[in-house]
Design a protein. Sequence first.
Length: 275
Amino acid sequence: MQPYFVVCGAAVLFAVLLMIRMRLTRSPGSRTVRIEIGNGQTIGSRSEQDDYFASMTTPVGTLAVVADGISGLANGRMSSTLAVTTFTKAFAKLEDASNLNGYFAETATQSNRGILQNLNGQGGGTTLAAVIICGYQLYYGAVGDSLITIYRNGHFQSVNSKHTAETLLEERVLAGQMTSEEAKTSPVRNQLVNYLGYEGFESMELGAAPIRLYAGDHVLLCSDGIQEALTEIELEEIMRKGGTPQEMAEAMIDTINDKGFKSQDNATVVMLAIG
């Protein structure tokens, strides 16, 4: 069985936004899981689309990846494209699901090395959030501030954490080294402390154990342009209205575009509905 995948950049955005992907995946000892995939993307007010994403299904399972190239740097688009391409190519070569955390860790290191080589001393880099669904098990790896969440029974459940200075500031608040207000207004609050294309990169965040999924769950991968523009309440309202994953993903992007923020970042969402 040949792997089937879709990779999207700005050049093919319109076509991909119209697609609804139906996937079937089975892991050893599990029953077949029906996965429907939708996606949405906007360039926002940026001059270039630095977000990149992909999804693909092989006998091992279904992979979805979202990468957000660092805005303001000339090589953000290259970084996100290279990272996603590296992850999809490596996943296509996997023969089984026996060491998916190893796949995440090794491919992240490979992506980081490849980006640094292409940067050749210039500025650049990307966040990356990736999930693999095998049967009703969710495996994930993440670096940066792109988020993975599960929408279940009307509410969102966070999967990964943000690798930004915000986390460090919160630790300082808990230690009594600064006030909560100082942390909230800090100019470095959203600064990335770990990403691909970073000389000091050591590892990505990995799930200690697979997360059990259930029929009716929706797994979302979002670049930070989604969370910055839409509140959790707004996201929940869109999800509660229902529809296909493609329709809900498009509704998120339409809501962002309707707001018309002058500083709107690139925004990307990939949604996987579990049947």
